[in-house]
Design a binder for this molecule. Structure first.
Ligand SMILES: O=C[C@H](O)[C@H](O)[C@H](O)COP(=O)(O)O
Length: 266
């Protein structure tokens, strides 16, 4: 379905316009509508003949829907999608988006995906939906990585939402790994909890692993140092901090759409 929304304005970090006049009260949008606006804007970057990383989650779902719609209408041609999860794979197949994988396409033109947190340097937290490993592999292999969020995802620092920073771990002795993780991050007031899925059992990722969610009280400061320490733990597969990976972040808010590009000052 076409989006019946004409953004009141679009600002980018190349534009000096940052504080537009507020929309009329009747324009109040739901969080899902904001996600869809950001997603549709990102799909403007898609061109025919591209290899695309297809993200996972409630925001990326709108982008995948839109790509399927444009393919069906013949406005896009010869697209190859690389899905970041089994769920996105199913969605893309249902929309007849041709699919492949990183083995066949080790370089991706453009990936579009949501995020759980975005900090002022465009570092991200991802994986609250459980798909961080495939996302990191695919988005890390992308020439351009466009992140789509509603404004609620913007934080002052990573972990700032006080919600989970996910870490994918092997199931073998997960408690041991969770405790090692907690110790690595205890200086930031960290709690580590196994993510639970259906019927109170451990949530299992697409890769057959578990997720330990880290809840932080304080700013971690040097994210690269913390990342290195986490990745050095043998039971850890990957964590949900996506550092210096996003090229562009599209933020949809009540007052319009804002586009932030990597390495710009704002
Ligand atoms: O594991 C899930 C992914 O990293 C999602 O991209 C992230 O959680 C954002 O999801 P949503 O768009 O549903 O907020």
């Amino acid at each position: 379905m076409a989006l019946a929304y004409d953004p009141l304005f679009i600002t980018s970090d190349k534009s000096p316009i940052d504080v537009p006049s507020p929309p009329p009260p009747s324009m109040t949008l739901t969080q899902d509508e904001l996600k869809r606006i950001a997603a549709y804007k990102a799909v403007d970057f898609v061109q025919s003949n591209m290899v695309l990383g297809l993200g996972t989650g409630s925001t990326a779902k709108h982008a995948v829907d839109r790509i399927g719609e444009l393919l069906r209408q013949g406005k896009l041609e010869n697209i190859v999608g690389i899905p970041t999860s089994k769920k996105t794979q199913e969605q893309a197949l249902s929309l007849n988006i041709p699919l492949s994988d990183l083995d066949a396409h080790p370089v991706i033109d453009l990936s579009i995906d949501g995020a759980d947190e975005v900090d002022p340097c465009l570092n991200l937290v991802k994986g609250r939906g459980g798909s961080l490993l495939r996302e990191k592999m695919i988005e890390g292999a992308s020439k351009k990585f466009v992140v789509i969020v509603d404004e609620s995802k913007m934080v002052k620092h990573i972990g700032g939402s006080k919600m989970a920073l996910p870490v994918e771990t092997v199931p073998f002795c997960w408690k041991f790994t969770a405790e090692r993780l907690r110790r690595v991050m205890e200086g930031y007031g960290c709690e580590a909890k196994l993510r639970l899925g259906e019927k109170g059992k451990a949530f299992v990722t697409d890769n057959g692993n578990y997720i330990v969610d880290m809840y932080l009280e304080k700013d971690m400061g040097d994210l690269n140092a913390v990342s290195d320490e986490i990745l050095r733990l043998p039971g850890v597969v990957e964590h949900g901090m996506f550092l210096d990976m996003a090229s562009t972040v599209i933020i949809a808010g009540e007052l319009g759409v804002k586009i932030k590009n990597k390495h710009s000052s704002y």
